[in-house]
Design a protein around this ligand. Structure first.
Ligand code: ATP
Ligand code: MG
Ligand code: MG
Length: 550
């Protein structure tokens, strides 16, 4: 990767290192909540956390932030681990915030002992009303002055399951007039009689994010805890808990979350797309999930490259999804074989009337002109070939270099042909072109002296392999869904998936799931896991055309 200047997080880390903080240690964590599949935004965070540790000889933990029993599931845990590994990273430790429930409970008792926490019987509405507004001080809860003994007793009974959901909460006792709303006696624990995917029914009280996250960081001795900007206002509370508990001072640093054009990213919205059948699943190639992007044909390197190019910002911004496409297109241009696929429900049959019937010859096609080591392969050529409808026009405009009546074109890697006759069925639909080929024009040994401007791809009819091709477009019709009023689902692109038949060259018959190709003149495609022995299924990863302005 190109040299670039330090981003602001690297600067902070280097400052810490220069000051001898943390004894020269850099330890980050990636803390997903296992309530959905990871998306490209998480990929940014993963690349940032693991990349930072790599750069400074440090370590990164994978920590499942599983403090909310209701939405979490082991299916998600497994997919998250697979996705992080696929991106090319290996964690130092696999931890679960739920492993710290005993420790967090003890921390809570410690704050009660210090007179810094109290059990509150107020309802959720009452607590919200007590908080007041940012411009006016809040009101203290009537339960705020409970004694340490009473608080300890009530909190222990909360833990023992004596109270119903919502009957009581544990709150930090800080300052109901603080300008930062998060300081107005934030909730630390709530009662939830719910089964947890790891701790089962052991607990019926669960810590809030703010009480769990910083302490988890501290327990793991995380040096730099990177999170998205919306947590900036939580940072004073993060620091306050750590100070009052007198535990290892992890440092929270915020960066801008990734937003992509034409894309929704929140797991809640992605879940709706899946559950309501707008897509075929979490790994639908239209989804911005890592699983979807992978199935679409993206490589881990292209995603890391993307993360590197967008860099780290302190302000929220919207990134052109074209940049992501640019990154994979660049890589596939360097790495994929150019193959021929006639992507057309109704291709045109071209019959070469002067080519001997029954004869088959192999023509040699360069695998990848961008990669001199990639060699050539043989593709069978015969008397009848398919071409695409788009490569023929009966009444062409000027400067149309493809095939037209009386016109000539080169069949890629093979011969120049001339269109002699157009055959239509009774309904007037074009079914066949009668052409002649120029025997002296064979690619590589052309002595015909004929110059043609157009070269088109083709597939021998007798050797063509039928395939299904899935063409994807943006899932949403608007650039910035967050800027639109109303439900984002009003902006779902009804044409985001087009399934067409194709006839591909026989060399593709043995292709395996995940294999990637350039279909000459069409774009980059990969084999979808839906492929079977009988039927190949291709996903279009990205078109050839670069719409990203560099
Ligand atoms: P979502 O809103 O999609 O549910 P989340 O932040 O609730 O996201 P978590 O599982 O808690 O999801 O996220 C794990 C980590 O990934 C967090 O540190 C979070 O800040 C980071 N992250 C999540 N979304 C993005 C994003 N769009 N850009 C960068 N980082 C992100
Ligand atoms: Mg979260
Ligand atoms: Mg979330």
């Amino acid at each position: 990767p190109a040299e670039r200047s330090l981003n602001f997080i690297e600067q902070l880390v280097e400052e810490d290192l220069a000051n001898g903080k943390n004894a020269g240690r850099v330890h980050t964590r990636f803390p997903p909540e296992p309530n959905g599949y990871l998306h490209i935004g998480h990929a940014k965070s993963i690349c940032l956390n693991f990349g930072l540790a790599d750069k400074y000889g440090g370590k990164t933990n994978l920590r499942f932030d599983d403090t909310n029993p209701v939405t979490e599931d082991t299916e998600y845990v497994d997919s998250i681990k697979a996705d992080v590994r696929w991106l090319g990273f290996e964690w130092e430790n696999e931890f679960y915030a739920s492993d710290y429930f005993d420790q967090l409970y003890d921390f809570a008792e410690k704050l009660i002992q210090k007179g810094l926490a109290y059990v509150d019987d107020s309802t959720a509405e009452e607590i919200a009303a007590q908080k007041g507004t940012p411009t006016e001080p809040g009101k203290e809860s009537p339960y705020r002055s409970r004694s340490v003994e009473e608080n300890l007793d009530l909190f222990r009974r909360m833990k023992a399951g004596e109270f119903a959901d919502g009957a009581k909460v544990l709150r930090a006792k800080i300052d109901m007039a603080a300008p930062n709303m998060h300081f107005r006696d934030p909730i630390m624990y709530r009662i939830k009689h719910a089964h947890h995917h790891r701790t089962g029914d052991k607990w019926c009280i669960y810590p809030m994010y703010d009480f769990a996250h910083g302490q988890s960081d501290s327990i793991e001795q995380i040096t730099h805890s990177l999170c998205t900007l919306e947590f900036e206002v939580h940072r004073p509370l993060y620091d306050w808990y750590i100070q009052q508990l007198e535990i290892f001072p992890s440092r929270q640093i915020e960066f801008a979350r990734l937003n992509l054009t034409y894309t929704v990213m929140s797991k809640r919205k992605l879940l709706q797309l899946v559950n309501e059948g707008h897509v075929r699943g979490w790994d639908d190639p239209r989804m911005p999930t890592i699983a979807g992007i992978r199935r679409r044909g993206f490589t881990p390197a292209s995603i890391r490259e993307f993360a590197d190019r967008i860099g780290i910002a302190k302000r929220d911004n919207l990134i052109d999804v074209g940049l992501l496409e640019f990154c994979i297109r660049e890589e596939l241009n360097r790495t994929t074989a150019r193959v021929m696929a006639v992507v057309d429900e109704k291709p045109i049959r071209v019959v070469l009337t002067n080519y001997p019937e029954g004869q088959v010859e192999e023509v040699s096609i360069e695998n990848n002109p961008e990669d001199p080591g990639s060699g050539h392969r043989n593709v069978p050529f015969s008397r009848e070939v398919y071409i695409e409808q788009d490569d023929f026009m009966e009444n062409p405009p000027k400067k149309y270099f493809r095939l037209s009546p009386g016109g000539m074109v080169r069949l890629k890697g093979a011969y120049i042909i001339k269109c002699e006759e157009v055959i239509k069925d009774n309904a007037g639909e074009l079914i066949e072109l009668r052409c002649t080929y120029i025997p002296e024009s064979r690619s590589g040994s052309d002595t015909s002296g004929i110059n043609v401007k157009g070269t088109i791809h083709w597939v021998s009819v007798a050797h063509a392999v039928e395939a299904e091709v899935r063409l994807y477009d943006r899932l949403l019709t608007v650039e910035d869904p967050s800027a639109e009023e109303g439900d984002f689902k009003n902006f779902i692109n009804p044409n985001s998936l087009e399934i067409v038949r194709a006839y591909v060259e026989p060399t593709l018959k043995s292709a395996q799931t995940g294999d990637r190709f350039q279909f000459i003149r069409k774009g980059y495609f990969c084999i979808d896991p839906d492929s079977t022995e009988e039927k190949l299924v291709f996903n279009r990863t990205v078109t050839l055309k670069d719409t990203w302005a560099k």
